[in-house]
Design a protein around this ligand. Structure first.
Ligand SMILES: *Cc1c(COP(=O)(O)O)cnc(C)c1O
Length: 366
């Protein structure tokens, strides 16, 4: 029997593997580890890739959200609209700034629902934070117009959507700022933690650049009290190599997803839907079924590892009990948490492996 892991992070092709090994050795021998030429070059290349003027490398994706929101001046007493089914880190980016997350239920594509937003907006509302969840770009046109009309910031959590476009604009370049994670399992991942903010706003980029380095613009001169959230040279060097291959990784993911979409025909299972003009880069391939736990068990019996993204929505997390929400407050997110299941899908996965998963999924019965 085959064994299918949810993700295999070291299945890079040999060329890339040897380029990365040579490059990391070069960085080690050069002896410049923090705030050096690799980070500077990566920032420029990643900004070019996303289509923004600026990119600031950071220590991780959560810091990108936290610092991005903070540098927009959002804090205590302010509200930020956020989708109810997102990953907890999205919400933490808001609450770390002492702002209030106002949950909005997702649409059928698992993304931010842009209908009926009026009801959520009060004088406290400062921003809308969208997550391009599972790798599918959110429909941004109405949200952009709405934010412009109401004077709200539009913030993108792109931790799962590297390279995904809405129409012809890449996610991260559409709102006021885009927050990225380069955690190893993301579509563009380094060999440790990493993150970045992209933006077209020069003064915002400057603020972030200063804040990530103790608030110091010039060595030992601290204009503000910042933090230490820097991308290091080793990670930047690895990211530069992998960025050159991101489009081919995305094509691989799309081909694998297409094979799932065409191959899975079990009536007990609902396949993911893709919205018009919202590119999906398949960070995760998320199916839905009323028999989720039984299916997961059945896959396990057949040596296939599936995961749930996410089993508890943020508003029901114990750590967020202070927000005062209870079961029933966000029924769509709650139902999703009972029904979603992510099947293995990663760059480097073989057709044989995908076909094995398809055949097992199709033979599942209750
Ligand atoms: C991974 C992730 C983050 C956090 O990124 P880290 O680098 O792990 O801090 C934030 N939001 C979403 C949607 C994520 O998937």
């Amino acid at each position: 029997m085959m064994e299918i892991k949810f993700n295999v992070l070291n299945r890079l092709n040999n060329d890339i593997q040897s380029m990365i090994e040579a490059k990391t050795l070069e960085v080690i021998r050069k002896g410049h580890f923090v705030m050096g030429p690799e980070v500077e070059a990566f920032e420029k290349e990643f900004a070019d890739y996303v289509g923004t003027q600026y990119c600031v490398g950071l220590a991780n994706g959560l810091d990108a959200l936290w610092i991005g929101i903070k540098m927009l001046g959002i804090g205590e007493g302010d509200d930020v609209l956020v989708q109810s089914n997102t990953y907890i880190a999205t919400v933490m980016g808001i609450t770390m700034n002492k702002a209030n997350p106002i949950f909005v239920e997702p649409n059928i594509f698992h993304n931010f629902d842009d209908t009926a937003l009026e009801a959520y907006v009060t004088p406290r509302t400062k921003a809308i934070l969208v997550t391009h969840l599972y790798g599918q770009a959110t429909k941004m046109d109405n949200l952009q117009a709405f934010c412009k009309d109401k004077g709200l910031y539009l913030i993108e959590d792109c931790a799962q959507s590297h390279g995904a476009h809405f129409n012809d604009q890449m996610t991260g370049s559409i709102g006021d700022l885009g927050c990225f994670s380069f955690y190893p399992s993301k579509n563009l991942g380094c060999f440790g933690d990493g993150g970045a903010i992209v933006t077209n706003n020069h003064s915002l980029a400057q603020l972030i650049r200063t804040y990530r380095n103790y608030g110091s613009h010039k060595r030992y001169h601290n204009d503000v009290i910042g933090t230490n959230s820097r991308l290091d040279e080793m990670q930047a060097a690895i990211l530069r190599i992998k960025l050159n291959h991101l489009n081919s990784y995305t094509m691989e993911r799309k081909a694998l997803a297409e094979r799932y979409l065409n191959g899975i025909s079990n009536p007990l299972i609902e396949l993911p839907k893709v919205d018009l003009n919202c590119e999906h880069v398949w960070h995760l391939f998320v199916i839905k079924t009323k028999y989720r736990d039984r299916l997961m068990e059945y896959l396990e019996e057949n040596n296939i590892q599936a995961l749930i993204h996410y089993p508890i929505p943020p508003h029901l997390q114990k750590g967020y009990s202070e927000l005062g929400h209870t079961l029933g407050d966000f029924p769509i997110a709650e139902q999703l948490s009972q029904e979603v299941l992510s099947l293995p899908l990663y760059a480097g996965m073989t057709i044989e492996e995908i076909d094995y998963v398809i055949s097992i999924v199709n033979s599942f019965e209750v």
